[in-house]
Design a protein around this ligand. Structure first.
Ligand SMILES: NC(=O)c1ccc[n+]([C@@H]2O[C@H](COP(=O)([O-])OP(=O)(O)OC[C@H]3O[C@@H](n4cnc5c(N)ncnc54)[C@H](OP(=O)(O)O)[C@@H]3O)[C@@H](O)[C@H]2O)c1
Length: 334
């Protein structure tokens, strides 16, 4: 028995150390015990991954949850899953396709008409590294869904959020934004060779710039807006990447992934934290890496770029022409 003692305790220490390291690398659980009894929360892209898990966590904190998804079958199934666990009837599925300005406008109009208040908007949905697809309105898909769709949605819901203040907007960005650059000459990848990775990074940089500019515009309204990187998580986000589908890379990178990759439960903690924490009341225009506020990339801090992106985004989604009615697509910038 004695000769096994040393190897077993070494193994135990190694496993314990690896688990501690994983927890350290992945970031911890939401430290706030605050509840949001009766508050209305919208989560986009809530049928799977971080969005679905976050919706469940916020429902457990007492919120009335609206899951906003493009596939109603998956959306209803997710709502049912969340209701089943908690028996809460205040979980509803609504249709929202962020790749369609018409759909965004229809969703927002319904929310404005049917919901008395909206206290939390979590712009969570995203598409990553998809082929060179375009949205219904002709925008490059990652820029169109991750940034423009949420830009329009948020603007259309601003009056409701202001009337419900104190209220919060949470924008899911990514650490990938640090590799991003806003190319105003070709926002929609019509002139350059398409690069799926650079397009994702641009879209996530746009999310941080939007957060910063919106926060400046919302000063004094009681509505806060922050951006976050949830950490690297085991979700469906990599569905368009080769690595996701390759058994070889899964095998080779598996152990490293185990160490670095979060469960959706852990990756949803930052969104939940930003939505509920009392200590974050009034905090706005910040970027969080997990649960901690951090400085974003320097381009994300550039106020001139943020102002220009706002103006360009408003033009592309037709916000300056009409606020709430149907819009025509404007010509892309030359
Ligand atoms: N997972 C990570 O490692 C990681 C790292 C950094 C940042 N993030 C960010 O975290 C957020 C959540 O990602 P996730 O990992 O949970 O990804 P996910 O599992 O792929 O979930 C993405 C969600 O977005 C929805 N969506 C995609 N296109 C849409 C559209 N046109 N209209 C409406 N919904 C749409 C998807 O719906 P369908 O199922 O119908 O496609 C899905 O519900 C994203 O903003 C992502 O960029 C994730």
């Amino acid at each position: 028995m004695n000769r096994y003692l040393v190897p077993v305790s070494v193994l135990g220490t190694a496993v314990g150390g690896a688990v501690l390291l994983k927890d350290y690398v992945a970031g911890g659980a939401c430290p706030s015990k605050a509840t949001i009894q009766g508050k209305t929360v919208i989560v986009t892209g809530a049928n799977t991954g971080i969005g679905k898990t976050c919706a469940g966590q916020l429902e457990q904190k007492g919120g009335n949850i609206i899951l906003a998804c493009r596939d109603m079958e998956k959306c209803e199934a997710a709502a049912k899953d969340i209701r089943r666990e908690t028996l809460n009837p205040r979980v509803n599925a609504r249709h929202l396709d962020l790749a369609s300005l018409k759909s965004v406008r229809e969703f927002a109009a319904k929310i404005i008409e049917e919901e008395q208040q909206v206290h939390v908007l979590i712009n969570n949905a995203a598409v990553m590294r998809c082929p060179h697809w375009t949205t219904e309105d002709g925008f490059e898909m990652q820029f169109g869904v991750n940034h423009l769709g949420h830009f329009l949605l948020t603007n259309l819901l601003l009056d409701k959020l202001k009337a419900s203040a104190p209220s919060r907007i949470i924008n899911l960005s990514s650490l990938a934004h640090v590799a991003g650059h806003i190319d105003f000459d070709d926002l929609n990848w019509e002139k350059r060779k398409y690069n799926t990775k650079a397009a994702y990074c641009q879209s996530k940089l746009a999310v941080v710039l939007f957060t910063k500019e919106l926060s400046r515009r919302l000063q004094g309204t009681g509505v806060t807006v922050n951006a976050l990187h949830p950490g690297v998580a085991r979700t469906e986000l990599g569905r368009h990447t080769g690595m996701h589908n390759s058994a070889f890379s899964s095998f080779m990178l598996g152990p490293m992934f185990w160490l670095l990759v979060k469960s959706p439960q852990l990756a949803a903690q930052p969104s939940t934290y930003l939505a509920v924490a009392e200590e974050l009341e009034g905090i706005s225009g910040k970027y969080f890496d997990g649960l901690k506020e951090k400085a974003p990339a320097s381009e994300a801090e550039d106020e001139e770029v943020a102002r220009r992106l706002w103006a360009e985004s408003a033009r592309l989604v037709g916000l300056e022409m009409s606020h709430g009615s149907s819009v025509r697509r404007q010509p892309l910038p030359k």
